[in-house]
Design a protein. Sequence first.
Length: 344
Amino acid sequence: MKADLSFLLTAEELMKEKFVPATWIFYGLLRKGRRRISLLNSLPEQGKSTLARQAAVCASKGKPFMGRETTRCAVLYWQTEDEPEDLQESLRRLGYDPKTDEPIYIFRGRAEQNTLKNFDAALTAHPEIGLVIIETLDDLLRVQDILSNTAAREAFEEFDKVFCKHAERIACLALHHLKKTENKGESGKDILGATVLRGRTDAKWYLYTCKEDDGPIKRRIFEATVRRGTPIEPTFLVFDPETESSTLGETYASTKSADAKRTAERVEADIIEFFTGHPGASFEGECVHSVEVKGNSDQKRKIFRRLLANGRIRKEGKGAKNSPAKYFVCELPVEIKNQLGEAA
């Protein structure tokens, strides 16, 4: 008996097929009509819920989210963590208006009602829903062993039976946790659980705090990676507590670059000030170890060499035993002093 090979498709046949172009809830960030859900990942208490509620209200209004155009639609907010009164206050602060905005349907059932059957029933009853937010993925899927690929795959297969019935018309964003031991070299490695969670999902959004910040209040960083669309590089969020909403601020890279520039300028000023107050001093024997000059030794040496090269500091002596190297600050030309003013 000849084997049934109807499951095979040639590349030529594939190229002839007509597909509906991807449509976006948040342009370039979250698309619908795909069988993969997307994830919003962070450690606990980092602001996932707050950001998710903002996304829900933006979709209901058709208002830009994270600087991206938004397709207005009804929302299913399948959440199990927040109290109704807290949700009400958040929606009020976010400016949700049920008279003018699209409906937001909120799960507020008991734990035993948080099932795929009821999830399916809600989506079937409301075909106008275009965005689904699940808080959290594990609460709905109830994976027996989150670290097991087999258990995660089986849970996703059950979820897919429901999700694929509605996938053409909705985008789904599920909140999920990151590992406690974060590895920011590659954000995807931080996703809690088996690798299948990473492989079976579409866009990945990440929310984490800036570890370099001093003090109890640390800035939050948002990052988005996408299979298709336009990613967002790690960027600081600007949070407005009155409206409980966030907007994108400076990128993490640009901030680090600016910080490095300010540090270099400070070290340069300290070196010049040191040799102004200690003319003829040595660099290695005195300046590099001076508490008057901030920064680490490598920074000091690098900047000192640059000051020598551009003539801001001059050297006397050969650096030998009988001719020790001594350094002096060079006077700037009058015209440059006038341009720099007091900074000279």
